[in-house]
Design a protein around this ligand. Structure first.
Ligand SMILES: Cc1cc2nc3c(=O)[nH]c(=O)nc-3n(C[C@H](O)[C@H](O)[C@H](O)COP(=O)(O)O)c2cc1C
Length: 229
C-alpha cells in the first residue's frame, strides 16, 4: 500500500496517523525547499503539465541581486518550468514619441511582451534607483506599453524587490503595486526583501533567512494556485 493510495478510516489508528503526518511533511519539504526535488517533477507526464514561470529582475545590472531573487523565488513554485529573462537582451533606445513614429514597435519590445504573453505566471523583482524604477526597466516597459498598456496581459504575477539596505527597495515596490491593475497584472503577492547580502547565500543561490524564505515560498505558491489563462 502506498501513501498516495492510502485512505483514512475512522478513527485513525496511530500508525495511519503517523503515515499521514509523514506524507504531509514530505509534501511540505518538496514545496518549501528547492533543494529537495519530488521525483514526479522530472517525469515525462508531468513535464507536459509544468507551469511556465517567467522570472526577471527589473534591472540591467549584470550582477543584479533582483534577478537572483526572482530566479530563486521561481524555484519555489511547485511544478514549474522556469525561464529567467535578462533585461540586457531587451536593450532599446530611450523611448520618445518621435522615435516611435519613425520605427514603430521595435522587435525587442515585442519579444519582451510575447515572453510575458506565453508565460503562465510572472515573477518580477524591482531594483530601486532613487526611489523608483531603474531607467532600463522603465524604458523597456514604456516601449512594451505602446504595444498594449496591459503589459502583464492578465497573468498571475508576483512582485518582489530587494536592495542591500534595510529598506528592501520598498518605495519602488509600493509604486509598482499601486499601478499593477492598470498594466494588466493579476497581482497575487508582493514581498520586499531587506539587506539582501545578509539573507542570501551566494554559493547555493538561496535565501537562508527563515522569515524571508517563508514569505517568498508563500508568494511563489500563490502562482501555483492560480488558474492559467
Ligand atoms: C543610481 C542608483 C540609485 C540608487 N537608489 C537606491 C534607492 O533609492 N534605494 C535603495 O534601496 N537602493 C538604491 N540604490 C542601490 C541599489 O539598491 C543597489 O545598487 C542594488 O544592487 C540594485 O539592484 P540590482 O542589483 O538588482 O540592480 C541605488 C543605486 C544606484 C546605482
Amino acid at each position: 500500500m502506498t501513501l498516495d493510495s492510502w485512505k483514512p478510516s475512522s478513527p485513525l489508528t496511530p500508525l495511519a496517523s503517523l503515515a499521514q503526518s509523514i506524507e504531509r511533511l514530505c509534501r511540505s519539504l518538496r514545496t518549501t525547499n528547492p533543494l529537495i526535488k519530488a521525483p514526479y517533477e522530472t517525469s515525462d507526464k508531468d513535464r507536459r503539465t509544468l507551469m511556465k514561470i517567467l522570472a526577471f529582475g527589473a534591472s540591467n545590472s549584470k550582477t543584479s541581486i533582483n534577478k537572483r531573487l526572482a530566479r530563486f523565488t521561481a524555484t519555489l513554485v511547485p511544478h514549474a518550468q522556469i525561464e529567467v529573462l535578462d533585461l540586457n537582451d531587451h536593450d532599446l533606445p530611450i523611448f520618445s514619441e518621435d522615435l516611435e513614429k519613425e520605427i514603430g514597435h521595435p522587435q525587442t519590445a515585442k519579444a519582451f511582451f510575447d515572453k510575458i504573453g506565453s508565460a503562465d505566471g510572472v515573477i518580477v523583482s524591482f531594483a530601486e534607483h532613487n526611489g523608483s524604477y531603474t531607467a532600463a526597466y522603465k524604458n523597456l516597459f514604456d516601449w512594451a506599453s505602446r504595444i498594449d498598456q496591459k503589459v502583464f496581459q492578465g497573468k498571475p504575477t508576483v512582485y518582489l524587490s530587494t536592495s542591500p539596505g534595510p529598506g528592501g527597495a520598498g518605495s519602488v515596490l509600493a509604486s509598482a503595486k499601486g499601478s499593477a491593475q492598470f498594466f494588466g497584472a493579476d497581482l497575487k503577492a508582493t514581498v520586499s526583501v531587506a539587506s539582501f547580502y545578509e539573507v542570501f547565500d551566494a554559493d547555493s543561490g538561496t535565501i537562508t533567512n527563515p522569515v524571508a524564505l517563508a514569505e517568498l515560498t508563500a508568494a511563489a505558491e500563490t502562482l501555483a494556485l492560480s488558474e492559467v489563462i
